[in-house]
Design a protein around this ligand. Structure first.
Ligand code: SF4
Length: 325
């Protein structure tokens, strides 16, 4: 990401590496052990999305039952739309920067800014359309206005940061070709596709950001939740299974854009994808499989958080659970 402070990242990863050296990660919990328990999935005929498993709003896992057994989708909300829109803006801005540099049409940060900032409206239009298609719903006019302000601020911020990074790289390595400049200034791979089927996850997983630190970053656009590290854990296991390389670190980038402030703010959470997280994620996967294969309603937990996407569904009890033999 353009807005990471490289020195700060290096320091954080030094600490995390020490933690891995001390605690280690058990071999049996590496994704490449996909043919033996506990990583081996109970079945490879039902595959799950990482988000589906990782977003543990519901402690009893009734959300899985609603989605997979009763086929009830959570009602679309502006939070969901915001997530899709900001992810799309992130992906598109990085691709646009790379495309323009490779085409040779921009040879400096200032040229990049001049060429890409006028595209903000198009990028935001596409991102909103993508959200509406994914959610099968139109956003209201008020929501659209709000999303536009946020998405446009995020896009402009990313382009300006990219421009500064590109100029720094060119000025430090004046004789480098465009490929090297991009690799120095735009290091991460964004939306890296991974086939998670070896460990019971979907074939087309998309990792938000995969960095040269063997770390996975997940971009979040809402509040901080304690279950968020599960997503990076699922992606790490899937990547280990597919690539046979260790993925020891995860970080979550929380982006927040206040409409009154045009510059987004970020909070980063760093962690080792250690044994505990791996075990917990695999247990969730296995329990999910059981709920889906048996078709059992696990019932509500003691407390339903009002931010659960299914809150209106369960609380109004508009879903009739079918009888199971
Ligand atoms: S509303 Fe309650 S029972 Fe329903 S999915 Fe959410 S947490 Fe679970």
């Amino acid at each position: 990401m353009f807005f990471f402070d490289r020195l700060d990242l290096d320091r954080r990863f030094r600490l995390l590496r020490k933690e891995v050296e001390v605690r280690g990660v058990s071999e049996e919990l590496r994704g490449w052990c996909f043919d033996s328990p506990p990583v081996e999935p109970p079945s490879r005929s039902v595959l799950f999305g990482v988000g589906e498993l990782a977003m543990r709003y519901c402690q009893s896992m009734r959300d899985i039952y609603l989605k997979r057994v009763l086929n009830v989708k959570p009602p679309p909300t502006i939070k969901m739309a915001r997530g899709i829109v900001l992810h799309a803006v992130n992906r598109e801005s990085l691709s646009a920067v790379k495309r323009l540099l490779f085409s040779g049409e921009a040879r400096s940060g200032s040229e990049l800014v001049e060429d890409l900032l006028p595209l903000a409206k198009d990028v935001v239009d596409r991102a909103i359309l993508e959200a509406e298609r994914a959610l099968f719903a139109k956003v209201s006019e008020t929501e659209e206005r709000q999303l536009r302000v946020e998405a446009s601020a995020f896009y402009r911020f990313l382009i300006v940061q990219a421009a500064a990074r590109i100029d720094q790289a060119i000025s430090k390595y004046p004789h480098s070709d465009v490929d090297s400049i991009i690799s120095v200034a735009v290091p991460p791979v964004v939306e890296r596709k991974v086939d998670g089927s070896l460990i019971g996850l979907s074939r087309g997983l998309s990792v938000d950001i995969y960095t040269p630190f063997n770390a996975i970053a997940d971009l979040k656009t809402g509040e901080i939740r304690e279950f968020h590290p599960y997503a990076a854990t699922g992606y790490a296991l899937a990547l280990e299974a597919e690539e046979n390389i260790p993925v020891d670190f995860g970080f979550i980038i929380y982006v927040q854009i206040e409409p009154s402030r045009l510059v987004p703010s970020f909070r980063l959470k760093y962690f080792v994808i250690g044994d505990e997280l791996r075990r917990e994620f695999l247990e969730i996967r296995d329990e999910t499989y059981e709920i889906v294969s048996v078709g059992r309603d696990p019932g509500k937990p003691a407390k339903c958080p009002d931010y659960c996407p299914y809150y209106s569904v369960c609380v109004r009890e508009s879903v009739e659970a079918p009888r199971h033999k």
